[in-house]
Design a protein around this ligand. Sequence first.
Ligand code: ADP
Ligand code: MG
Length: 259
Amino acid sequence: MFCIAVANQKGGVGKTTSAINVATALAASGHRVLLIDLDPQGNASTGLGIAQAQRGRSSYDVLIERDGLVPAAVPTSIPKLDIVPATVDLSGAEIELVELDQRTHRLYRAMELAEDRWDIVLIDCPPSLGLLTINAMVAADALLVPLQCEFFALEGLSQLLNTVERIRARFNPSLSILGVALTMYDRRNRLTDQVSNDVRAVLGKVVFDTVIPRNVRLSEAPSHGLPALIYDHRCSGSEAYMALAREVLQRLPREKEVA
Ligand code: ADP
Ligand code: MG
């Protein structure tokens, strides 16, 4: 089981879109995939067609009640893709966790208990560096960091990397950065081109070759409860996410390589 946290404390940079579509592409290529929705907004759950009323056990129960991942996971309409949905009570978890023992390792323990039920686990993190994201970073083998092609793209990244350093030093020495994915790229806009060049100059090979274009189909798909990859598998956004998923697979360490 290889666990990837999709994290960036900025909101609206494409975390959830990336988590849903990379998860779908990995499942389509034959891997057993679990997506854990760790954002109280529950956009990943909605985007995969899990209505509020269908959400029984949730990521809140996994963190606070110590329900396991296996009982909390529900199948999606995509074969081989399960999800642990998020409910609104997760917004209180950040505060509730402070009082609990092992508050940083709740998700890690749940992952241990799930053993090898899935090949790849993706965690859709909330837009903050609080205890929810810390739980994800402690549980994860690696991070996938979506970075929006905008003027302040790199601002805030140092804060994220500092947090990663602290997590490595205290809890999870092997936490790696799987890659940085440039999102919402607009080739008609020269600024985004420049941003993408600057980011590559600063960060180097950690940046995935694949760039996710700005594509309206990606933003329409969630309202249909479907990943863009199913809603319109031929749009430029879907093609980009399939390419990104291939790069993700190439970057997985050999010993954790999956079927
Ligand atoms: P985050 O999870 O980081 O807050 P989202 O994935 O929810 O970001 O994206 C924020 C908004 O932008 C959503 O409405 C989403 O549908 C839209 N969006 C994300 N990626 C793209 C893209 N490449 N092109 C167009 N719209 C996008
Ligand atoms: Mg999100």
